[in-house]
Structures are given as C-alpha cells and as structure tokens.
Design a protein around this ligand. Structure first.
Ligand code: ZN
Ligand code: ZN
Length: 342
C-alpha cells in the first residue's frame, strides 16, 4: 500500500507531493492515517526562514488520525487518537532525572526530523508512523478533529505553561490573542483565575479574547497589577513593557519566543526587585496532553472552533499557506487527499 507525503527537499525548494510505500509497524510502533493536520505557527516560522528545519523533511506536527495498524499494547486498529509531538527514550537524564521528556537526549520530534532517516514522521502526509516512547491517547468521540488536531502542540504547551500558578492568582495577563492566548484564557478561567486581561494590537483578536471571557488591557498607564503573565505572542518587544505590571512574586511565563528574532532590552532589576519568577516553556510532557484533552471537554470551545478554517486538501498546500498568511484564521487545516488509501 502507498501513502502520500508533502516533502520539503531543501530549505529553499518548494514542496512536492510524493507517493511512497507505507511502512509496517515494528514492535511498539503504530501506523496512523491522518484525518486532519493544522498548521502550527512554528511551521510558518520555518517556511518564512525564521527557523531552520533539517531536510529532506515532512513538516507538520499538529494532527489527529485513526490507527490502521498497531504493534503497541492497548491500541487497536480503528481507534481515533492524538499523540505527543515527540517520542522520548525514558532512560536518559532528561527523561528520568530532570522530568523533561520533551528534552530527551534521543528525542524524535514529529514534523521536525529528516525523512530519509526517520521516515513517515511528519503530519503533512496521509500517514504517520508513531514510534515507541510516544504517548498515544484515544480521543473523546465528541471532540471534533479541528479541535483535537491543535491539542498535541498548542493546547498541551499552554496547559504546561499554566500548570504552576502563584498563590494567590486572581488576576492574569495574556500577551497575544492567537490560538495559544485564547486557549490560555479558557484554561486560566477553568483554573479559577477571576480576572484575565489580554494584550494584543489586533482588535479582532481582542474581540475573540473577549468572547473567551478576557478584558482588554487598557492602553494608557494602568494601576492594574498581575499575579501571573503569559507571553503567547512570539513578540520579544512585548516582554519588557509587561514587567512593571507584575506584582511582587508574580510568575511570568514565556512560550512564543522560538524563532531567530527574540533579542530584546531588559531591565534585570525589575525581575530582582520584584522577586519575579520568569520561566520559559517549550513543548510539554505526556501529562499535559491528557490535561489539555480534559480542559477541551470542560470549557466552551466555540470561539476556538470558529477560528479554525475549513480543511484544504493536502495537495493544495500552497492554498493553505496563503490562508495562514492572510491572518484571517488562528489555524488553517489540511486533510490528506481524500482519494488516498487508508
Ligand atoms: Zn507546534
Ligand atoms: Zn530520554
């Protein structure tokens, strides 16, 4: 049986849809037919040249699919699943001692690996081969594909970023009203944070954040002081202006600074004198994916659903990219060619 994948041969080459024989899973592996993949912001950074990718590569790491063959205990053909965006060894220092399996010494990150050495590891494809050391979770039947797809990158990362809040945490600031910021607002509300403000120069995004229950951060000087702030914009210049808005002992978590334009001026005394805790969050551990699925089932996700564009066939990926660059949608989605074999 053959499947299709969108191959990026070199950083400067365009994509090419190629057909290739599908692999048979080895012990501990699972072959999944991808039903929907969403275009994460980090892929857009890569395609714009702000982030490097090893090539040849099949990009794409936010996706959902159905198992077609399984050699992993407890998982069977026909199950609709999500999976962690990386496989970890479980025995290196990062896995065992640091509690950071996402930084495993032998990490395989789906959608970020060379296709010649790690075949079928990207999600812009009809199928993906999930390796041993990947957390694979059956999905709740009522969770639609378009919400399930971003769970294994965007939503799980935000669940990680909002896991540790200072006590008390009554007022939070979310910087960035894209999909990550909106999910953060919903997650923080679910955690019982009473007042959530959003900061974003885009009025439409602020309107969406309001629908999620957030208030716009006043433009003029504000007396507001925050217990917790989350950077989810990927804009380095947004960090420093937020520091004076934090109360002593506040937590400031950064998630979006993952490209090559992350340098900025910082007055370190604001962090020291404020007893601030600043933390970077990159990716997540398996428990965060489970928690993200739980949150998706308990909050009103209608705003998020409205912001994810109807799927474009994988063969028309250029069209999906144009849609993503239009800024009209928080996420654009692609589905593998409907004629592809299952
Ligand atoms: Zn991502
Ligand atoms: Zn490891």
């Amino acid at each position: 049986m053959t499947g299709q994948q969108l191959l990026l041969e070199s950083p400067s080459s365009g994509f090419r849809l190629v057909s290739k024989d599908l692999p048979s899973p080895a012990e501990g592996e699972v072959l999944v037919r991808i039903t929907l993949a969403t275009l994460c912001g980090s892929d857009l950074h890569t395609l714009a040249g702000r982030r490097s990718a090893p090539t040849p590569c099949v990009l794409g790491h936010e996706a959902v699919g159905v198992i077609v063959a399984s050699k992993k205990e407890g998982l069977t053909e026909g199950q609709r699943v999500t999976w962690s965006l990386a496989s970890s060894c479980g025995s290196c220092q990062a896995c065992k001692e640091w509690n950071l399996p996402q930084k495993c010494a032998r990490l395989l990150k789906y959608g970020h690996s060379r296709e010649d050495t790690h075949p079928w590891s990207g999600c812009y494809a009809s199928h993906i081969l999930l390796r041993p050391g990947t957390t694979i979770l059956p999905l709740p039947p009522l969770l639609p594909d378009r919400l399930a797809a971003p769970a294994n990158c965007a939503f799980a990362t935000i669940t990680h970023a909002t896991e540790q809040l200072p006590a008390p945490c009554r007022r939070a600031l979310v910087i960035g009203g894209g999909l990550l910021g909106l999910f953060a607002i919903l997650a923080l509300r679910e955690r019982g944070v009473e007042e959530i403000y959003v900061s974003d120069p885009d009025e439409q995004r602020v309107a969406m954040a309001r629908r999620c229950g957030a208030l716009p951060l006043p433009q003029e000087a504000t007396e507001l002081r925050f217990d917790f702030a989350l950077e989810a914009a990927g804009v380095a210049a947004a960090i420093s202006p937020a520091l004076p808005l934090l109360r002593p002992g506040a937590h400031f978590v950064w998630t979006g600074l993952v490209h090559d334009q992350c340098h900025f001026q910082l007055d370190g005394s604001l962090i020291v004198r404020g007893n601030l805790r600043v933390q970077g969050i990159h990716n997540y551990a398996p428990r965060h994916l489970e928690q993200a699925l739980r949150i998706l089932q308990t909050v009103d996700t209608s705003v998020l659903e409205d912001l994810i564009a109807a799927p474009v066939p994988l063969a028309h990926f250029e069209q999906a990219l144009e849609l993503a660059q239009s800024g009209q949608w928080a996420r654009v989605s692609v589905e593998p060619n409907p004629a592809s074999p299952s």
